[in-house]
Design a protein around this ligand. Sequence first.
Ligand code: ACO
Length: 278
Amino acid sequence: MPATQNEKDTVSFTVEDRIAWVKYNRPEKRNAQSPQLNRRMYEVIDELEFREDVGLLVLTGEGDSWCAGMDLKEYFRETESQGLKGTRKAQSEAYRWWRRLRWYQKPTIAMVNGWCFGGAYGPLFACDLAFAADEAKFGLSEINWGILPGGGATKVATSSMPFRDAMYHAMTGEAIDGKKAAEWKLVNESVPLKDLRKRVLEIAHVLLKKNPVALKATKDAVRRVTEMTYENAEDYLIRAQEAANFFDNDGRKEGIRQFIDEKSFKPGIGTYDVNRKK
Ligand code: ACO
């Protein structure tokens, strides 16, 4: 069923210079994830994924919040009142867009401009890279209102943070700022809010210059091999490279040519010109 106008308004997006800026757009509710928002977000990222004018997606929030987690009223209370069926439906609508984003065709960056709680850790982790404002606040606040950090949030914490920090974070529900989140590796970096967009743009432009087939293969490889034995990873990476070669047979050959024959760049220092082919 297509989204109603109300539902459409829960997410906004623009495409500028090959960057899709996707925004949580419920600032009056601190961008909490309601079922409507989750449904709309899936539609938006679906629409953008294979657009030729989109090379990269940034996920950010309208107003002073990135995302205040799940909407306690609309996602929990109202769906629970419909029984297990309601709960499961709401879960699957949320989880499916996070999963879609985890394996997104284009590189993705979380630009965390403010509050980031609980259920927001799913999309945070789904983004390949994450940059936060020093002023942002992160918390597994579930424990503060009496549940465990579900929806993958515990897994996100233990995947990103050292054990002791993850345990402390989950058990105390204490919020940390962007700097601490960077120290605990929940995000790549934290910068003052006024510099956040500029920093994200810098990284976006670095990624936009890379070979897109190699980039997708690389980001999937990093996620996949994390849970593999060395032997399995070695095998997976051989197959993944072969598959990438199938989709972009000339890319690596052109990279070698520009380095060895043309001497126009050095791979240790920069990227080959993906737009130029002999
Ligand atoms: N669910 C539902 N409504 C929310 C949520 C949420 N997660 N977060 C904010 N809101 C609503 C508030 O109820 C309020 O609605 P109202 O204007 O109709 O009264 C509005 O958004 C503004 O919220 P305030 O609390 O007034 O905003 P403030 O800027 O003072 O505080 C803060 C922001 C700290 C984010 C606070 O709103 C908060 O603690 N929210 C809940 C965060 C949280 O714990 N989320 C759940 C994580 S666990 C999980 O996701 C599974």
